[in-house]
Every structure is written in C-alpha cells, then in structure tokens.
Ligand binder design. Structure first.
Ligand SMILES: [Zn+2]
Length: 406
C-alpha cells in the first residue's frame, strides 16, 4: 500500500521551521519519502491533498494515567467502581487520546496492572489506542506515594524483586517513587519527604537497566530528586525543587525532566481535594523557575501532562503544551518539538517515532492553522494517521477522502 500526501505544510518534529508545499509518501505503515516541491511521478494506491494544512508527527505524552478519569478525585473513583469497569473506561480514554492525535503515551501508574492488559489489547489490534509504554503498578516503599497502585518494596533486594515482577508482567518502563506527592491520599505524605532511599533506587535502576527498561522517578522534593539522579533514573517526573547540581548531572547524562507544569497550577487553583491544593501552591510557584533553570543548563525537557489526574481529563497534553508556552517560556515550535522528537528520544524510540523522516512509523497529525505560531492549532485535528492508517473520524463518521487509483 502506497499513499501520497500532497501540499502539506510540514513540521517534521526536529525543531526545523515549517516547510510549505511538501509531500510525503507512505508505504506499508512507514514514511518512505518526504520532499518539498513538485509531487513525484509513479504509482500510488491513494492520494490525499492536504491543501496547505500543517502536518506534524503524531504527538507523544510522557506522563499519563489511563485508569484515572480526570474528575476531582479519580483515585476515589477507582476504589468505588472496581477493576472491570475501570478497564472498560480505560479503553474509551485510549481511543479519545488517539483520535485527538496523541499516538503514543507513557502510562506511569495504574491500578491492578490494567495498562499492561490494555497495551496488549492495543498491540493485538483488539481496540484502538495510542502506542502504550506502560509500567502497570509502580515501585514504592511500604506505604509510599500512590499506594493504591504501588508494589510495596523495601530494601535494595526488595526493589530489584519489584522491578523483576513488573518486567515479568510486561511492563515496558519502570516507575519509582522517590518522594511523597501532592495528590493521592489526605494524610501521611509530603512532597519534601524522601521515600525510596538512594540504595533502593540504585538497585531498582540497575535491575531495570539490566532488563532493558528505562526508569521514571516521581520526585518533587530536593533530596529525592538528588537520589533519583544519582541512582541513574532516566527521567525525573515533576522535579519541582531540583538543585542545580541535579540538573547539571541530568544534562551531562543526556537524561530528561518531565515538568508536568499545568497540573500543579491547576490543582493549586482547586481542581483537586483541598488537602492536595494546599500542597500544590508552593509547587506551582517554584515550578516555572526550575523549568527555566533546567533549560538554561541544557536539560532535555519532555512534554507530559499527568493526564487523568484531578481536573485533567484525557487527552490533557494540549493543556500542558499551552502551559509550556504560557508559563514555561517555550515557543510553540519548541513545545511541539518537546512533544515529538524530545519525547521519542526520552523513550528510546527515536528511530521509530517522533519525527517525519524516511523510515519512521507513519504517525501523523494534520491540523488547521499554524501550530508553529499558535500551539492551540494542535487542538483542531483534521486527520490523524497511526502506522499508515487513518484513525481520526470526524463528527459525521468519515475519514479523510482519498482519490484511489484504479
Ligand atoms: Zn502522575
């Protein structure tokens, strides 16, 4: 199957400015050729004229929770509805996410390992959804952050065993909790409290890396961030009170910070129960300062939304992209690059997704308007392609009409 897309305003994800009048050839689910200028001769099974619309790589969200519904207290919803209903609801969230152009997500915590089941179902083609990099349950100390989806692990050997258990269940990333959090439970945790120790985090990282898995660390307070960086964690989630030393070490190691800038402000402004809002205020105040510092020190900044968390319904990546521009100081093109090429690199999937160059999987988002000038243009999808197949359906139930060769 060969498909030709004509007259695209190409934003290839590398950070290069848009190129008008471009065409892309898609073959067997992959990008075969990309050029500016006159369309190629030769035979195509289908041709679609994008009429100058912007074409970007499918977007990637580095931090989601598909088991959460984005209501004010999603953990309480999980506890009430039970796992069967949760799983069915997750199938819907996956579809909504994909149809808005978010073609890959990394899920960093899920009750009962349900994301590992969902990931298998998506891979098998049983249900539509984004490519799902998922941890299932997370590695936390006894009674640690997000206990409802934690595997309680204590001591280095306990943490290594926890990682092995998740790998056995099919996890494709490991999540550890190095500090307490803002939302989760009304008492017993603070963001400044370190949880898994340096020795425990080191053991988890060593075991994960040995098994070919990257490690994402929930780390908000300074000491827990330092521990995570020293232990070898690949991405720091939130990272709000990071020291300069930690940021320098992240940059030097080519590792990444996922700020999740939007959700802390949103919670501080009241999207979650009051106990969480109270803790989020100081976080929201510090957050843009740390992000600016991280960027000036050369840390790779990824785009992750914490989608599904309180007041943050799927797909929340668009709110995060707005926030990265509005309070994070990124240009719209930089925010888009974070959500494509940078995220792909942070996942170790840069040879497969994140840029529109030959050989990559044909995951595309076609939008009205110019996302390089206005990041909200990404919120107006005209078409979404995943692995060479159109997956977005308009309100009338149609997919983009192609001229089919006879
Ligand atoms: Zn999260």
């Amino acid at each position: 199957m060969r498909t030709l897309l004509l007259d695209a305003t190409l934003i290839d994800g590398t950070g290069a400015p848009p190129v008008g009048g471009a065409w892309l050839a898609i073959e067997d689910g992959r990008i075969a050729e990309v050029h500016a200028g006159a369309a190629p001769a030769g035979r195509f099974d289908a041709t679609l004229d994008l009429a100058g619309r912007a074409c970007t790589p499918g977007l990637i969200d580095m931090h989601v929770h598909l088991c959460w519904d984005g209501s004010p207290d999603p953990a309480e919803v999980n506890a009430r509805e039970g796992r069967d209903l949760t799983l069915v609801r997750m199938v819907g969230h996956a579809r909504q996410t994909l149809e808005r152009g978010v073609t890959t997500v990394r899920d960093l915590g899920c009750v009962d390992d349900l994301t590992l089941v969902l990931a298998r179902a998506i891979r098998a083609g049983a249900v539509p959804g984004p490519r799902l990099v998922a941890t299932g349950r997370s590695i936390v100390m006894t009674g640690g952050h997000d206990p409802f989806w934690g595997v309680f692990c204590d001591g280095p050997w306990g943490c290594a065993a926890g990682v092995r258990g998740q790998a056995y269940l099919g996890a494709t990333v490991i999540k550890v909790a190095a500090t307490g959090g803002v939302y989760g439970r009304p008492e017993g945790e603070e963001v400044g409290t370190s949880e898994l120790s340096l020795e425990e985090l080191t053991a988890a990282c060593r075991e994960a890396h040995r098994l070919g898995l990257r490690v994402a660390s929930h780390a908000v307070g300074r000491e827990g961030i330092d521990n995570s960086v020293q232990a070898g964690c690949d991405t720091i989630e939130h990272g709000i009170f990071a020291s300069d030393d930690a940021l320098r070490r992240l940059a030097a190691g080519g590792r990444f910070l996922t700020p999740t800038l939007f959700i802390y402000r949103h919670i501080a402004e009241g999207s979650a129960p009051a106990y969480a809002a109270r803790k989020a205020v100081a976080c929201a105040e510090q957050h843009p300062r740390t992000l600016a510092r991280a960027r000036s020190l050369g840390v790779g900044v990824t785009a992750g939304s914490d989608s599904g968390s309180p007041g943050n319904p799927h797909p929340a990546l668009f709110a995060e992209l707005r926030e990265l521009v509005r309070r994070g100081g990124l240009t719209p093109l930089e925010a888009l690059t974070a959500a494509t090429a940078t995220n792909a690199r942070a996942l170790g999937l840069e040879a497969q997704i994140g840029t529109l160059v030959p050989g990559r999987q044909a995951d595309l988002l076609v939008v009205e308007g110019d996302p390089a000038a206005d990041v909200t243009a990404l919120e107006r999808p005209w078409a979404v392609m995943q692995a060479g197949r159109w997956v977005y359906r308009t309100a009338t139930g149609t997919v983009p009409r192609e001229r089919t060769a006879r």
